[in-house]
Design a protein around this ligand. Structure first.
Ligand code: LHQ
Length: 262
């Protein structure tokens, strides 16, 4: 499929989506939302895709909503919630719910909804020069795209409130110290390092990785006992995959496993 606002590439089992409106710091207009949704649906249905990398073109990851598109008609009260219903909430639900690991490769500044889309990755990798800005308060909004959830869970209430209310830029280094980011890579080798990680993950037992994220996501709404039941159910599923047989067989034969993601 050919797109205008995103670039898509397939390198073996790794699908790469690049937000591609660099002159607007990859901020979202409706076209980019529609194209990204279509590509995520395609990837979800394609068994050959075993890891997704989401990144941005140029010097930004994403600056959130394209504010230059916003028009205020006299006498019309805007409903920002509609845009969340239509675009942002389905997008972050789709990313979080994808049955394969999602690596967000935060190549540069990530602001507003762009910061929270970045933080929705299962594995968040940032370039040294990247920064995360909860820019919402600067324009009279609240963090969206899951921001209040992610920030509070990962940072605790005090830091979540401070970074949201003050819109203080968080450096990649700080984000790593706070556990918002898994690793920080040098700018110069950033995408090569990301692709090395993505390729390695795409050769793992990716079904089990998908089930792992499902189990971990359920923790915040489950009791301990419910979580044990869920682990039992999902482990049952993992145990029925070809990859489980291959993993155990390879271990016994003292060789590298050749996983297929099935
Ligand atoms: C932009 C943008 C942008 C358009 C930079 N739009 N052009 C959901 C539902 C509905 C409505 C509202 O929102 C939401 C969710 C949200 O995401 S709200 C938050 C929206 N995003 C922001 O408020 C961030 C706005 N951008 C910035 O604060 C800065 O640009 C950052 C901190 C990202 C980067 O700063 P600088 O590195 O100094 O770059 P810059 O400001 O000079 O931007 C470069 C160009 O990109 C510039 O265009 P120009 O023609 O002057 O070169 C900006 O206008 C354009 N740009 N963000 N969101």
């Amino acid at each position: 499929m050919s797109y205008n606002s995103i670039l898509v590439q397939q390198k073996d089992a790794v699908s790469i989506i690049t937000l591609n409106r660099p002159e607007k710091l990859n901020s979202f207009n409706s076209e980019m939302h529609r194209e990204l949704a279509a590509e995520l649906n395609r990837i979800a249905a394609d068994q050959l895709c075993r890891v997704l990398v989401l990144t941005g073109a140029g010097r930004a990851f994403c600056a959130g909503q394209d504010l230059s598109e916003k028009k205020f008609a006299p006498g019309v009260v805007p409903d920002v919630g509609k845009s969340l219903d239509e675009y942002y909430n389905p997008l972050v639900r789709r990313l979080r719910g994808l049955a394969i690991p999602v690596i967000t490769a935060v190549n540069g500044v990530a602001a507003g909804a762009g910061a929270n889309i970045a933080l929705t990755g299962d594995i968040v990798i940032a370039a040294k020069s990247a920064r995360f800005i909860q820019a919402f308060s600067r324009i009279g909004l609240i963090p969206d795209a899951g921001g209040t959830y992610i920030l509070t869970h990962k940072l605790g209430e005090m830091r979540a409130k401070a970074v949201s209310m003050l819109a203080t830029p968080i450096s990649a280094e700080q984000a790593e110290k706070w556990g918002l980011v898994w690793q920080v890579f040098d700018d110069e080798t950033f995408m090569d390092d990301v692709m090395q990680l993505a390729t390695q993950m795409s050769q793992q037992a990716t079904c089990a990785l998908g089930l792992t994220k499902q189990a971990i996501h359920a923790v915040s709404s489950n009791t301990y006992d419910q979580q044990l039941d869920l682990e039992r159910r999902l482990q049952g599923e993992a145990g029925r995959t070809d990859d489980y047989r291959e993993g155990v067989t390879a271990f016994k034969e003292k060789r590298e496993a050749r996983f297929t993601g099935r």
